[in-house]
Design a protein. Structure first.
Length: 378
């Protein structure tokens, strides 16, 4: 039995990047041998085991044969005679098809190290076209490694276009599209994911509701700079997408509720927020209420980031809305006042007090920015 470190951990080590997780391939063993050694089986479609101490994943070397459409249309074969090179050949990209032996030897049968040096995302074999998930994975790796100068190899781009043209891409299930998209949104060059899908013709098929134009591109880039939260970036991505289309996309991809709510809230309040600098105290209170900011202040801060990315706010207006929320949230009625009120009158009293607090806030003199001189008195 031989054990090899494989995939992303080897790639990231050669790039000098931290490897968040490590995967292992076991050659020359059976499931029974691993279980006798204390490994816990977790794979349903093929034999994957968790190490008894580290809980890292160990998979038996395996072969795959295409038997039907889509990424589920595969027959998997594993046995002690499957070699490491055969296991690596079924992987998507050469940079993910390297292994490290226990003595530190690098096993690189498909030129992954060369492609790392040339900054190329290149497919391992012609079998690339058999799995439509690989189109999404290449787009995600393009986003992840864009900062390091990586690009999709021309021959791999041609295969991706072929997969779109022959309809193989249509076999992708919505959950997998969302999973790869959500991971891509967390990258510092998230826009490259969508650019790559657009380049091969997959974007309009996978995300027909998305208006991927120059404003959406710019909004996503601003969101990346403003917030590490995927929900903020998702809301910014949909800057030019109507609410009905956002709803349709979220339902089709089964997007989590926090992403859906923030995207819809941003769309609904974008125009009103763009006028926030001209709103009086009543208008600002209504905006806070429409955003449910008093009950959900954390989400309100995410909303402000999304709106700023969408161009509806600048730093000054965002700061003033945060101050308005802080002022309204600080309102508290005295016990004696509350004792005289019942039911809806309590809510009305709180609202009146918050409105008064915001009116007082707006009457306060504007503080000068650092380094700005005092206004000249006439």
């Amino acid at each position: 039995m031989q054990v090899y470190l494989v995939g992303g951990a080897v790639r990231d080590e050669l790039l000098g990047l931290p490897a968040p997780e490590r995967d292992w391939v076991v050659v020359g063993a059976t499931p029974e041998e691993l279980q006798r050694a204390g490994y816990r089986p977790v794979g349903r479609e093929f034999p994957v085991f968790l190490h008894p101490d580290s809980s890292e994943e160990y998979a038996l070397a395996r072969l795959e044969r295409k038997t039907g459409p889509g990424y589920r249309g595969f027959e998997t074969r594993f046995s002690p005679d499957v070699t490491l090179e055969q296991d690596l050949q079924r992987r998507d990209l050469t940079i993910n098809a390297m292994a490290r032996a226990s003595d530190g030897t690098l096993i690189d049968p498909y030129g992954g190290q060369r492609d790392l040096q040339q900054r190329l995302l290149r497919h391992v074999s012609a079998a690339f076209v058999e799995d439509p998930v690989r189109v999404l994975r290449v787009a995600r790796f393009a986003a992840r490694l864009a900062a390091h100068g990586f690009r999709v190899a021309p021959e791999t781009r041609a295969l991706m276009r072929q997969m779109v043209a022959n309809g193989e891409i249509n076999a992708l299930v919505p959950e997998r599209v969302w999973r790869e998209m959500a991971r891509a949104l967390l990258e510092t060059h998230a826009q490259v994911f969508f650019d790559t899908l657009e380049d091969c013709g997959a974007l309009t098929l996978l995300l027909p509701e998305l208006a991927w134009d120059a404003p959406a591109h710019a909004a996503l880039q601003r969101a990346v700079a403003l917030s590490p939260e995927g929900s903020v970036r998702f809301a910014a991505l949909l800057a030019d997408t109507p609410a009905a289309a956002i709803t349709a996309l979220c339902e089709r991809l089964r997007v989590p509720n926090d992403f859906r709510e923030l995207a819809l809230l941003s769309a609904r309040l974008q125009q009103r927020s763009a006028q926030a600098s001209r709103l009086d105290a009543a208008g600002r209170l209504e905006l806070l209420e429409a955003a449910d900011a008093l009950r959900r202040p954390e989400r309100f801060q995410l909303l402000l980031s999304a709106l700023q990315a969408r161009g509806a706010l600048d730093d000054r207006v965002r700061s003033s809305l945060s101050d308005a929320l802080a002022a309204a949230a600080a309102v508290a009625l005295l016990p004696g006042e509350l004792a005289q009120l019942k039911g809806p009158a309590i809510a009305a009293a709180y609202r009146a007090a918050r409105l008064q607090r915001l009116q007082d806030l707006q009457r306060q003199p504007v503080q000068n920015e650092p380094g700005q001189s005092e206004p000249r008195k006439s």
